[in-house]
Design a protein around this ligand. Structure first.
Ligand code: FES
Length: 267
């Protein structure tokens, strides 16, 4: 009679098989779900202009007196000739979206969670061979460096937005929203300067360090960026969750669902 117990070789070859005893599937499940929630929320929020008044759809993402602007719309690009139903977020979000989707950390996350390739370390994947990201289509991921150049530009822009959040109708003050938007700029900065491509760009790939121009400055920057780089996963999640919460907060305040406590008198 044929045995119903798979032999060791068959088990090795079966998709999803592993000798791991821990709950290796928890991480891809949690991170995959978290990413999915963010993508759904940010897509809806970026497209959703409703909730403000019919005359002024901008109220959906901008508080009265232009104190708080949702980071999804920072910097605000909405020329007069553009129909109001076209969301200004469309001009912005491609950059952080491209930066994040090609990020080394997020690649690992969605390769595991969505493509199950592999589902986890030492867990059998379906592919019989492996060419990594050296061939089409995944070679496109190398565009990450170019998105990194664009993402750097957003760092000062977000700080300018945070600075503006301390002003309401020309009067300096502070509100819960100011704190939220400032932290958002800080978290996104930590995520950006921890980028592997950025760290390599400032001081990596050097053949002869002693002959490198600005070597001390570059080495110093490399040291600073390394601090953020070592916690890249943490900053990736902190900044992702926080930017979503920041948008939600501004949206709720702008639509009078929440009250912002501040020194100007609540609004
Ligand atoms: S590697 Fe994650 S942002 Fe560049």
């Amino acid at each position: 009679m044929a045995s119903t117990v798979p032999n060791a070789q068959a088990l090795e070859a079966r998709y999803g098989s592993t000798h791991r005893k821990d709950r290796w599937w928890v991480e891809p499940l949690v991170t995959g779900s978290g990413l999915l929630i963010f993508v759904i929320y940010s897509t809806i929020s970026a497209m959703l202009l409703g909730g403000g008044s019919a005359d002024d759809p901008m109220v959906a993402y901008y508080t009265e007196g232009h104190t708080y602007l949702s980071p999804f719309f920072e910097p605000l690009i909405h020329p007069d000739w553009l129909p109001v139903w076209i969301s200004p977020a469309l001009f912005i979000l491609w950059a952080p979206l491209g930066f994040r989707t090609t990020c080394y950390y997020y690649r690992k996350t969605y390769y595991r969670a969505y493509f199950l390739s592999p589902p986890g370390c030492a867990v059998r994947e379906p592919a019989g061979s492996y060419s990594g990201e050296s061939t089409f289509p995944l070679i496109i991921q190398n565009i990450h460096r170019w998105f990194m150049y664009v993402a750097i530009v957003f760092v000062p822009i977000l700080f300018v937005g945070a600075y503006k959040s301390f002003w309401h109708d020309g009067e300096f003050g502070i509100g819960i929203g100011s704190i939220i938007l400032t932290l958002n700029a800080v978290f996104l900065t930590m995520y950006t300067i921890g980028c592997h491509s950025l760290r390599h760009w400032v001081a990596g790939g050097l053949n002869q360090f002693s002959r490198t121009p600005f070597r001390r400055l570059r080495y110093r920057l490399w040291e600073i960026f390394t601090v953020a780089n070592e916690q890249h996963r943490r900053w990736a999640w902190t900044s992702l969750i926080w930017v979503g919460l920041s948008d939600l907060y501004v949206r709720l305040v702008a639509n009078d669902v929440l009250t912002d406590f501040n020194t100007w008198g609540n609004f």
